[in-house]
Design a protein around this ligand. Structure first.
Ligand code: FE2
Length: 436
């Protein structure tokens, strides 16, 4: 018994004209010309049907707080952290929940159905933890929210952070975070990485640390994180977020480090929108881009995802939950214009972060949850190029968001009346033309 069929869509792996049959909450068939009939059928010919977008790095406790209590005048990371410190005493659980739910609405409309959010534990009241644990429960029917206990002001530098971080885990936060480059010294940073990885190993949890989010070519916390991962047998369960110092490192050292990261199966989350704006601020010219070495990490076989990181908060005035915008920026800043690299940029906002987060039942195969987004684009590269319209968003077999096609009407003599920015099919004259 099939409830819904999406007819004739293109899939991210290159298959065209595929029907997807859905029964209840699950996908039950993925094949061309599915003979069955269903109560509802949606024609998705010429559209890309993808598993939903996934954001493996976000700060939902700060989102949509732009301007409270004031704007970030310099636009720098350090003023952002200071500003967040000014906002923290003014936070209320109600306001945190309201802003987070508003962002989740945006996310759903964009086809973003899973988010890993860091939550600051350097407030003894742990209001943000209380609020986001509640938000996680409320949004569960339509969005998977995974929380990271994040000591924003430093695990050792912020009094009370070790105890508060443990309390946050006891309250149901699932992942251990950290920020070694913000500790007082390199030695404190390394000690925090060791302590936090040991805590994760003891509790059987994953790790996701803000690590070396600086322009310092001598910062060595990625190395410590990878080495601790190996020492504690946490292979594949540890993620390094940002890793921007790698941009500035000596090439020989970076090649040695990437080999160590590969041994540890360290996951990487780069945040291109934020780091292209925040890094290199003390440079004159040339100015460093500050994105970690995505091309080389991908080539080494590491799982590399792109995260949104911020949307309208003390660090970033823009952002809208659009993971195609994130992929678009990552592709450009990382010069990832090779054919396979562009495809990897699409995976960096879909299946790769899903794997990093350990999402259950994710994908477009029989047995997976019927969660997907229908994009007005022929293929993944075109989806990035157009930041394509989300025609339909499905969660557990139900359409939970939809939007009309993006089409412009023209009034030009001799020209078509409507423009759709997808690549047109080859014309008869082109098909007949000899190569070269
Ligand atoms: Fe972050």
């Amino acid at each position: 018994m099939i409830d819904l069929i999406l007819r004739g869509g293109n899939l991210p792996d290159g298959r065209h004209g595929v029907d997807i049959g859905i029964a209840g909450e699950r996908i039950v068939a993925v094949e061309p010309n599915l003979a069955a009939k269903a109560g509802r059928e949606i024609d998705v010919a010429g559209c890309l049907v993808s598993p939903p977008f996934v954001d493996a790095h976000f700060h939902m406790d700060a989102t949509l707080s732009l301007g409270r209590p004031r704007l970030n005048r310099s636009g720098t990371l350090l003023e952002g952290i200071a500003l967040w410190g000014e906002l923290k005493p003014l936070l209320t659980v109600e306001a945190l929940i309201e802003r987070a739910l508003a962002y989740c609405d945006w996310a759903v409309a964009r086809g973003l159905l899973a988010v890993r959010s860091h939550v600051d534990v350097c407030d003894p009241r742990l209001l943000a933890v209380e609020a986001l644990v509640d938000v996680r429960r409320r949004v569960k029917p339509y969005l998977d929210l995974q929380l990271v206990a994040f000591p924003q002001d430093g695990y050792y530098r912020s009094p009370g952070a070790p105890e508060q971080l443990r309390r946050a885990l006891d309250m149901g936060v699932e992942v251990v975070g950290g920020i070694p480059h913000f500790e007082r010294t390199m030695a404190d940073g390394a000690a925090s990485v060791r302590a936090l990885c040991e805590l994760a190993a003891e509790r059987g949890l994953m790790v996701d640390m803000h690590c070396d989010e600086s322009d310092d070519p001598m910062s060595r916390h990625v190395e410590t994180l990878a080495a601790e991962t190996v020492r504690l047998g946490l292979h594949g369960r540890v993620t390094g977020s940002h890793l921007t110092s790698m941009h500035s490192m000596d090439n020989y050292y970076a090649s040695k480090l990437i080999a160590l990261m590969t041994e540890a199966r360290l996951n990487v989350v780069a945040n291109p929108l934020i780091n292209i704006t925040l890094q290199g601020r003390q440079d004159t010219y040339p100015k460093r881009r500050g994105l970690t070495r995505v091309k080389e990490q991908m080539a080494a076989g590491l799982a590399v995802a792109f995260g949104q990181d911020c949307a309208m908060d003390p660090w970033y005035s823009l952002g809208s939950g659009d993971m195609l915008e994130v992929a678009h920026m990552g592709l450009h800043v990382g010069q990832l214009t090779g054919l396979e690299e562009m495809a990897a940029c699409f995976r960096a906002v879909t299946e790769t972060p899903a794997r990093i987060m350990g999402l259950d039942g994710y994908g477009l195969a029989p047995g997976c949850y019927a969660d997907c987004v229908v994009l007005q684009a022929n293929d993944p590269v075109e989806a990035i190029r157009l930041r394509a319209a989300r025609r339909y968003v499905l969660r557990r077999g139900r359409v939970i968001a939809e939007a009309p096609p993006a089409v412009s009407r023209l009034s030009l003599p001799g020209r078509p009346q409507a423009v759709d920015f997808r690549r047109a099919a080859a014309t008869a004259s082109e098909k007949g033309r000899a190569p070269g």
